[in-house]
Structure formats: C-alpha cells, structure tokens
Design a protein around this ligand. Structure first.
Ligand code: SPQ
Length: 430
C-alpha cells in the first residue's frame, strides 16, 4: 500500500548513538555463498530488508534450507550440485543485486530457471550481465535480447573467459566471478575502476581462492567452498543518511556504531572531510571487512567537485550527498556518475525534481548534477519514486524545512533500512 507520511521539522539537533542495520551487499552475498558452500553458514546481523529477503526466497526456491532465527540466519548449504531446478519463477523483487548475482550462479547450474523482479527491475539493464555470461557458454534469453526481465536461463558446462568490464559495476563483476567459480579453467575479469570488493573478500572467508593483479581479477573454476560464520557489519550506505543529517542539522552530534569501513565503500567519508565536515573514525578491526564507529557533528560546509574513480566508492550515497551540498557554501559538481540513471530509479532526475520541490537549487547534467548552496529548504509534497535512497534523502531534508514535508511512498525505505524512521526519532529524543 502506498502511504503518505507527514514529516515535521523537530527544530532540534540529532544526538546520541545508533547501530545501523547490516550491510545490504554483504547480507545478499552471505546467503548466496552459504547456499553454494558445503556445510552450515551462520550469519549474524543479517539485514532483514526487503531486498535481502528476496534473495532468501529465491534460494529457498532453489532447494536450500534457510532458517531465520532471532539471533542469526542459518544457511544449510550442500554445495553447488545440490541446488535444484526451481518449480516456481524466481522473484528478485526490487533488488538489482539479487537479479544480477543470482544469474552468475544459475549460469553454471544444469537446469532451467526463470527470473523476474518488480516494475523497477524490469527497466534496469541486464545485457551487461547476460552478454558476458553467454560467452561462458550458458543459454540466456529474455525481453529485448536478454536485456530485461523476465529472463530465462539454462545453465551448465561453462568455460572460463577473459573479459574487460565496459562499466564499473560490482554486480556485473560478482556475477562473472560466481560463474567463473563453476567454469572449466581460469576466468579473468578486468575492472575499469575499483568497485566494492565484498564478493572477493567473501570467497576467502568461505575457504576459496581469488587473486587480484592490478585491475585484473583471476578466479579458478571447480572450487569447493565451505560453510562459515559471517558477522555482517553495519551498512555505510545506511549510516550515510545520519552522517549527513548530523552534519547539516545545527546542534547535532551522532555516533554510528560498528559500521563497515571497507576501503571500496568509504568515498562519502572522504567527500564529507573535503567539504569541511567534522567527522571522526574509530576503527575497531582491520581484518576482512573492517569495522568501526563514525562520529559526526554539525559544521560549516563548502562545495567541492566529486568525480572520477571516487564515484564507485559512493555511488549509492549520491542522493544524500546532493542534500549535503544544498547546505554547503558555493557550488558542488557531481560528475562521471551516469550509472545513477539505471538504479532503482533515474536518481539524477529523482533528486533534481524532489529536492527541487523543497527549494534546493540543483541542475541535472548528463553524468551527474550541479548544486548551488547554501539554500533554505521549505516544506512541500514529495515522492520517493519507490526508491529507498530517495525516500530517506527526502526524510533527512525534512529535518531542515520551514514547514511540513509530506512524503509519498515512504514505505520504500524498508528495502534497505526497515527501522529508519525509528532511528530518526531515537536520535531526536536524546
Ligand atoms: O541491489 P540494487 O537494487 O542494485 O541496489 C543499489 C542500492 O542503492 O542499494 C543500487 F541501486 O546498490 C548496488 C550498488 O549501486 C549494490 C551493489 C552490490 O551489492 O554489488 C553494487 C552497486 O551497483 P553496481 O551496478 O554499481 O554494481
């Protein structure tokens, strides 16, 4: 049901500490690797967001026993060969990660499966995955020459490939790594820019092998993975909403506990520091997926230019960075981010239109946006476009508006942050 949420400016700062939910990218991957590994995988702090629940549902349909307990999610993996031909269509919901990564697994399985998602997934480009998977030898068909769901996959008998990725995408890279793990021989993948490396780190956790030389990733086929214990760090992409809220709402001081600080995901920290934000990191562990606390306080900000190889490390944070820039003095230019057009929504259009309704001065460009600050925001009626990150950006904006914000389809936040509104209220009560 589409709902309208009334958000009123609390006229106070955010204070205190919260633990943001588990990382979405790592939660998806823990179910996927747990499902193809041999033995039990126990996952702590799994993200119970709608996207990750879609991944669980798909793997259950492939015959994997997955228990959702209060303390942990337990995946009873029996190895690659025990995935079963699904009786039903696999539904990835709103999740691009589920759609793209599962294709890499299904590509190597000797059975037929059909993959769909919601109306947003139906518009997101899939040829970037289906084309290289065909080079491995798998059969994939779908709407518009296998560019859009529904997709039909008949996998098996893969041969390793050498492939240079045309776009910097962790989802495409991961799908090809998952196919490569099942292929005969070696698969080499060349990345144009470093993207999030959770798949590579997780292969090591599951007892597998993967190498990286310069921008080339090398993975050998025929690997048997072993079930393990995964502790999912807090999601920096979720923490980002409170990092920005604390930086732009006067009299704020917030501690975000146990957030994942993977080196390929912390572009937002660099950007906020460059803009002059008061931000401190207390790292607890550097092993595997590094984790630590992030402390942010209100401060004066200045506009900067954001682009190049920094973009993949903050791609999902750009909507909230755009809001941050409306509160920074001068011009902020975000460029080289054309990938924003093929996310859950066209995030350039969504940000420009919806923040514009609240008085922000943002101009969309071909590959990003130009924001003029510092602007006073006013109330109004806005829409999440069914995109969790747009919904949360608008909710944070409402902390600064002179009158109420009515947010349509606020429910979208449940994709990645089910208790987002509870956390806002918690920090406002302190
Ligand atoms: O899973 P989905 O829908 O693609 O989610 C998003 C998000 O905002 O949460 C993108 F819309 O995150 C992607 C991210 O943009 C998650 C992801 C991953 O887990 O590998 C990688 C990025 O996408 P891409 O296309 O750059 O590989």
């Amino acid at each position: 049901m589409v709902t309208m949420k009334k958000l009123s400016n609390p006229k106070c700062g955010l204070k205190g500490e919260i633990q943001v939910p588990g990382d979405k990218s790592i939660s998806h991957r823990s179910i996927m690797f747990g499902s193809v590994a041999e033995g039990k995988t126990v996952i702590h702090n799994f993200l119970m967001g709608e996207d990750c629940l879609s991944t669980i549902s798909c793997f259950r349909k492939l015959g994997v026993e997955i228990e959702i307990m209060e303390e942990a999610v337990i995946v009873h993996g029996k190895g690659w060969d025990h995935l079963e031909e699904p009786l039903e269509i696999l539904d990835a919901g709103n999740s691009g990660t589920t759609t793209r990564l599962i294709m890499g697994i299904l590509a190597g399985r000797p059975f037929h499966s059909v993959l769909i998602g919601d109306s947003s997934i139906a518009k997101r480009p899939m040829k970037r995955v289906t084309e290289p998977l065909k080079l491995f030898g798998t059969q994939i068909d779908g709407r518009s020459e296998a560019n859009f769901t529904p997709l039909s996959i008949r996998g098996g008998n893969l041969k390793g490939i050498h492939y240079a990725l045309p776009v910097a995408s962790a989802q495409v890279k991961s799908a090809l790594i998952l196919a490569g793990l099942q292929a005969e021989g070696v698969t080499e993948i060349v990345e144009p820019e470093q993207t999030r490396n959770h798949t590579e780190k997780m292969i090591i956790e599951f007892g597998g092998k993967i190498e990286k030389h310069g921008d080339t990733i090398k993975v050998e086929g025929g690997q048997i993975l072993k079930g393990t214990k995964i502790s999912v760090p807090g999601d920096i992409s979720s923490a980002a909403f409170f990092m920005v809220a604390a930086a732009i709402v006067p009299d704020s001081s917030v501690r975000l506990k146990n957030v994942g600080l993977n080196e390929t995901r912390i572009g937002i920290v660099e950007v906020m520091k460059k803009m002059g934000a008061s931000i401190e990191i207390e790292e607890h562990s550097k092993e595997g997926e590094p984790v630590g606390d992030i402390l942010v306080q209100y401060s004066d900000l200045s506009g900067i230019e954001i682009g190049g190889d920094l973009i993949p490390s903050l791609i999902d944070e750009i909507p909230i960075i755009a809001l941050l820039a409306t509160q920074a003095k001068g011009k902020t230019v975000i460029k080289d981010a054309e990938e924003l057009k093929v996310k859950e929504t066209n995030r350039i259009d969504a940000v420009v239109k919806e923040l514009g309704k609240l008085g922000a001065s943002i101009q969309g460009t071909d590959d990003g946006m130009i924001i003029e600050g510092k602007t006073s925001l006013h109330g109004g009626e806005v829409h999440s476009w069914g995109d969790h990150r747009i919904g949360m950006t608008l909710a944070v904006a409402s902390l600064l508006t002179d009158s109420d914000v009515l947010l349509e389809d606020a429910e979208a936040v449940k994709i990645s942050y089910p208790n987002f509104f509870e956390h806002i209220n918690q920090l406002l009560r302190k």
